[in-house]
Design a protein around this ligand. Structure first.
Ligand code: PYC
Length: 318
């Protein structure tokens, strides 16, 4: 694999605790196809670039990458492909907040509305004067409710399956303490649940892989509506309340008649940070979720990929 990706410059940020690394310049030539085709090409032909940017020693399994691309739709400010230590993400709410904050930091956009193309559709983001960002995610819906899954070592867990730019399994009733101190047990239980879903061939519509597992608990604060823990694809958990996970939760609440368009939903994450969320409207049973949060710039760097470096493509754990 040649590691000639030009000068790869990145801006790092965190959104309510969850890191995003935006690749601003450099990277492989993915052609000019639609974002889905370019994303498939990224992991199909240039996967060492994905792992080199995200994995140790340059990053870690917690980081979500955002490769800025030329959009196909000229009404969009940017196109973006999200990825992490194990592969692609369809959409990423915290990552979009990080991307918008980064583009503003670089002087490429100002306050106002911006359309952004992703492999799963166009989202829009509003950069507010106070620096917070509201993301209007892709239409989201609950696909199946109350699905039992036998999880070895944990018994039967029952969850809903929802789409919000990624596939989620959302579990409200469970024996786990949704506390940061309990993260190892949460990661183990959520990983066992994801494996059980795969083995029992429980999937999203059209066989979509359910790669995000979400546990819920009562909020910690009087302002909060709920608290969550979200296992991301791979072995890491979302430090933020997860933008797509919050969208999936609102889709389930809407389907149950428990959240109406316009009502505020404050989703607390495992670190105690929160997203303010609302359903902007609904079409054919699909909600239009809007998630608001903040990101903070943490670094601007140039990444080096020396072909003689045995870990130029990152350390990829088996
Ligand atoms: O905020 O949507 C999100 C997200 C997905 C995975 C990590 N964060």
């Amino acid at each position: 694999m040649a590691f000639d990706f030009g000068a790869v410059t990145v801006v790092d940020s965190h959104t309510e605790g969850e890191p995003t690394r935006v690749v601003v310049t450099g990277g492989p030539d993915l052609g000019s196809g639609d974002l889905r085709a370019r994303a498939d090409r990224l992991v199909g032909e240039f996967d060492s670039f994905r792992s080199g940017v995200i994995c140790e020693p340059r990053g870690s399994e917690v980081v979500v990458g955002a490769l800025v691309c030329e959009p196909v739709d000229a009404s969009c400010a940017a196109g973006v492909i999200f990825f992490n230590d194990v592969g692609l993400l369809g959409m990423c709410g915290h990552g979009t907040i990080g991307l918008v904050t980064t583009l503003a930091h670089l002087g490429k956009i100002g306050p106002g509305h911006h359309r952004i193309e992703t492999p799963v559709g166009i989202v829009s983001a509003e950069l507010h004067d106070d620096g917070s960002v509201s993301v209007a995610n892709v239409p989201s819906y609950r696909y199946r409710a109350g699905v039992p899954v036998e999880v070895p070592g944990y018994g039967v867990l029952v969850g809903d399956i929802a789409w919000a730019g990624n596939w989620f399994f959302l579990i409200g009733e469970h024996p786990f303490a949704v506390e940061i101190e309990n993260r190892q047990q949460l990661v183990a239980a959520a990983t066992a649940t994801r494996l059980a879903l795969i083995r029992q061939q429980i999937a999203g519509e059209d066989g979509g892989l359910i790669d995000h597992i979400e546990f819920f608990a009562a909020p910690r604060t009087s302002r909060g509506s709920s608290r969550n823990f979200v296992l991301c694809p791979g072995a890491s958990f979302d430090r933020s309340p997860c933008g797509t996970g919050t969208s999936a939760k609102m889709a389930c609440l809407f389907a149950d008649g428990k959240l109406k368009p316009g009502e505020l939903w404050v989703q607390e994450g495992i670190l105690g940070t929160s997203f303010d969320a609302r359903i902007a409207g609904a079409t054919d049973g699909r909600i239009h979720p809007v998630i608001t949060g903040r990101a903070w710039i943490t670094a601007e760097s140039t990444l080096h990929f020396d072909p003689r470096d045995p870990f130029a493509g990152g350390i990829v754990f088996p």
